[in-house]
Design a binder for this molecule. Structure first.
Ligand code: FAD
Length: 394
């Protein structure tokens, strides 16, 4: 008998988990608090480690059809606009790691996962279900929602993001601690490239590094749209839990200060700036940070990170595939041992990625002599500094 698994949270991590589990024959019901399944209008970079997993889930063709395949990653000074380093991406990544480096619109990736879960039909997808209670016994688990509905299953996967409620079920001292609000704010905007002056359109990932800030621009949706994100060390724009706060170019400029003409022109050309406050947790320290008995966590619920390595969604996708592999075709009685194997296999890599993301933030946003040293190292080592074989090859 396949297992019956309840997945709390229908973001990229939750849907990837439901898909991976259903491919092993299990029933995976997904419970999402929002009125409808969806994602915000922002981009996400997917390294070869993530695209390889999506290929394993048989989504390679569909993914290639919605993605942009950027030519290169180019790092510049935000003050002068001077190029500091460059790494070829398109053919180079495919050849080196056997899978592509893609940039996608979140809604496109989410829609693709949702369609694949629906097509398998191996579970129900429940919206407007805000989970507020989790109960477990030796054999069963139960989720209940704020509107007094309840569901029973044989295991729970917490894919409920940064402010995860399911993580309270873990047997660790930090299980009930809230995440850290970093004080860094991300501003984002998206536009159709056709509506931009030709000089501002791009088919590569551009990164500008400045004191206490950085900006990233990359194509999504087959290159038809451009996604721009600026992250500055400034007070959170509003409610730390709101991923989609209205903002403005004026608020962004106030937080950023002066930057080079090329970056300013791009920022001025972008409509409808949105903002969100960034949170994370310290790197996890053991397998118990990811699973306990019949409860396992995936993605940001387990190991939220600052986005300075562009790998949070990538790790959620890696988790999903690993969780389903650990359970294999095992039945309900196999769940606790399978979840323990999953956590053992995943925790150290997730911890490493969390730590590197924090360190990248310090390097990206450096000031004074550290900044000078960073720029010299970037100019000298370029691609060797930007490539991450331990990450992309994993
Ligand atoms: C500015 C920025 C840029 C980023 N760029 C990248 C990038 O380029 N590449 C990359 O790989 N990652 C990137 N990330 C990280 C990535 O967005 C996250 O790591 C990823 O979205 C985590 O997915 P998740 O499914 O674990 O969590 P979430 O996306 O947070 O999904 C959680 C889901 O659970 C639901 N939920 C929450 N609580 C409950 C509840 N109680 N009951 C029911 N449902 C609930 C939520 O509504 C949501 O749908 C970036 C993040 C930021 C902030």
């Amino acid at each position: 008998m396949p297992a019956h698994i309840l997945v709390a949270g229908g973001g990229i991590g939750g849907l990837a988990t439901a898909l991976a589990l259903s491919r092993q024959g299990h029933r995976a019901d997904v419970f999402e608090q929002a009125e409808a399944f969806g994602e915000i209008g922002a981009g996400v970079q997917l390294g070869p480690n993530a695209t390889r997993r999506l290929q394993q889930l048989d989504l390679g063709t569909e993914l290639a059809a919605i993605a942009a395949r950027p030519d290169a990653l180019v790092v510049r000074s935000a003050d002068s606009g001077a190029e500091l380093a460059r790494m070829p991406l398109a053919d180079a990544m495919q050849q080196r790691y056997g899978a592509p480096y893609f940039c996608v619109h979140r809604a496109d990736l989410h829609g693709l996962l949702l369609a694949a879960v629906r097509a398998r039909g191996n579970g129900t997808l429940v919206t407007a279900a805000r989970i507020h209670q989790v109960e477990t016994s030796d054999d069963l688990v139960c989720l209940s929602s704020t509107d007094a509905r309840a569901w029973e299953g044989e295991a729970i996967v917490g894919a409920d993001g940064l402010w995860s409620l399911v993580r309270r079920q873990l047997d660790t001292p930090s299980a009930t601690e809230p995440p850290r609000v970093t004080g860094h704010t991300a501003w984002r905007a998206m536009v159709a490239q056709a509506s931009l002056p030709a000089a501002l359109r791009r088919q590569q990932v551009d990164v500008w590094l400045g004191p206490r800030l950085h900006a990233v621009a990359y194509p999504v949706r087959r290159g038809e749209c451009l996604n721009v994100v600026v992250i500055a060390e400034s007070a959170p724009a509003g409610d730390a839990r709101d991923w989609d706060q209205g903002s403005s170019i004026a608020a962004l400029k106030q937080a950023m200060g002066r930057s080079c003409a090329g970056l300013q022109a791009l920022l001025d050309a972008m409509p409808d700036w949105r903002a969100w406050s960034l949170g994370d947790r310290a790197p996890i320290t053991c397998a118990a940070d990811m699973a306990h008995e019949r409860v396992a966590l995936v993605g940001d619920a387990a190991h939220p990170m600052v986005p300075y390595l562009a790998q949070g969604a990538g790790m959620a996708i890696e988790d999903a595939v690993a969780l389903a592999e650990a359970l294999g075709g095992g039945n309900a009685s196999a769940v606790p041992a399978a979840f323990a194997r999953y956590a053992e296999a995943r925790w150290a890599r997730n911890a490493q990625v969390q730590a590197r993301a924090r360190r990248n933030g310090e390097i990206f946003h450096a000031t004074g002599p550290v900044r000078w040293g960073r720029d010299v190292a970037m100019r000298l080592l370029g691609r060797r500094l930007l490539d991450q074989p331990w990450l992309y090859g994993g």
